[in-house]
Design a protein around this ligand. Structure first.
Ligand code: NAP
Length: 324
């Protein structure tokens, strides 16, 4: 089989991790990179080998030899970058959060469906072997009916007000950056909630420095989600069922093991190959090669619903961005 030729759009910090992840996939090739700046390309070239460099995102999108594009720009550019790639019929792996809100998510998904182009949110956590097994445990009824989910993702970022995390002009804040992981974990266990309550601390730069949300479900199940960008938390996911529980200890978003607790406690190790970004890349490659337009593991309707939940949480905490 010929190599799958990846393009990277926005070669910043996370793009380096993704490029590193590609190295462990035998038939994946980092083929092309697009930065708005020559300096951005030069910096990336020092770290990674690639065949073609563009100083225009559009040139990358137009390149007929590129099989799929990984978009790794700050949140508020996801929509326009993905629209550009789809315009040129390029399959897209789009960093989280997919867009800024559900309205944009819906427009993007409709466009991809109309053009029949593959697209997936880069919710890489879903593809780790441990997460695959956790889903299998839940589906097999190992812990009975899921009644309660607790999940947190909080870290202390540097205090640069201009940086992506604290800057309102770059859609900063805890919820969109890491809260999305907690929402995705709740969806993985319980699906779309029917009730949402939330509270946040909005800091000096007008973004949420910490947010807690409570999701409610028609059957009485609940999920408690915590996210933060100025405070370190445990980074754990615990799923409580009627017959037992599953704990995915720190860092639940790149898990190496989980603990299944019933009458006895079992620690299940699930070794990781590479840095973990390889798993989502393999999913995209498999889907594109088999002609699928979306992934069954991170389906577009679920991504769209999760964006709606983020909207509702934002509404509860009165968080909007200057450009909205
Ligand atoms: N999956 C994960 O584990 C993970 C982890 C961290 C971040 N992320 C996500 O990845 C995305 C990028 O995060 P990052 O930390 O890698 O960001 P970053 O390094 O600050 O920026 C990434 C790239 O975005 C491009 N960009 C385009 N327009 C820009 C603008 N107006 N201002 C600033 N940069 C602009 C820049 O590329 P050029 O200038 O070279 O064109 C820059 O190198 C975010 O949406 C974030 O949520 C995911």
């Amino acid at each position: 089989m010929s190599n799958f030729k990846w393009g990277i759009l926005g070669p910043g910090s996370i793009a380096s991790q993704f490029a590193e992840g590609l190295k462990v996939i035998p038939d994946a090739e980092l083929y092309a990179v697009a930065s708005r700046r020559q300096e951005g390309l030069d910096n990336f070239k020092e770290k990674f080998d690639f065949s073609v460099g563009y100083t225009s995102y559009e040139e990358l999108a137009k390149d007929p030899d590129v099989d799929a594009i990984y978009i790794a720009t700050p949140h508020n550019f996801h929509y326009e970058c993905a629209m550009l790639c789809i315009k040129y019929d390029k399959p897209v792996l789009l960093e989280k959060p997919f867009t800024l809100n559900q309205k944009d998510a819906l427009k993007l998904i409709n466009y991809a469906r109309e053009k029949q182009v593959f697209m997936m949110e880069a919710m890489w956590t879903r593809f780790f072997p441990a997460m695959v097994k956790v889903r299998e445990c839940i589906a097999a009824g190992e812990i009975g009916e899921v009644r309660f989910v607790e999940v947190d993702f909080g870290f202390r970022c540097g205090g640069n007000p201009e940086g992506r995390l604290l800057n309102a002009n770059l859609a900063g804040g805890a919820l969109l950056d890491v809260g999305i992981y907690t929402v995705a974990a709740a969806y993985m266990c319980l699906g779309e909630p029917s009730q949402i309550k939330a509270m946040a601390h909005i800091g000096e730069t007008n973004v949420d420095e910490q947010t807690s949300a409570l999701l409610g479900y028609d059957n009485g199940a609940m999920a408690v989600l915590t996210s933060a960008i100025r405070t370190n938390t445990n980074h754990e996911l615990t799923i409580y069922g009627t017959e037992g529980s599953i704990k995915v200890p720190t860092h639940f978003w790149k898990p190496e093991y989980y603990i299944l607790k019933k009458a006895e406690e079992e620690k299940v190790h699930c070794p990781i190959i590479g840095n973990g970004y390889n798993y989502e890349a393999i999913e995209v490659m498999n889907c594109v090669r088999s002609g699928k337009l979306e992934s069954a593991v991170v389906p577009l309707d679920e991504t769209c619903s999760m964006m709606g939940t983020l909207d509702k949480i934002r509404n509860e905490i009165n968080l909007s961005y200057p450009f909205e």
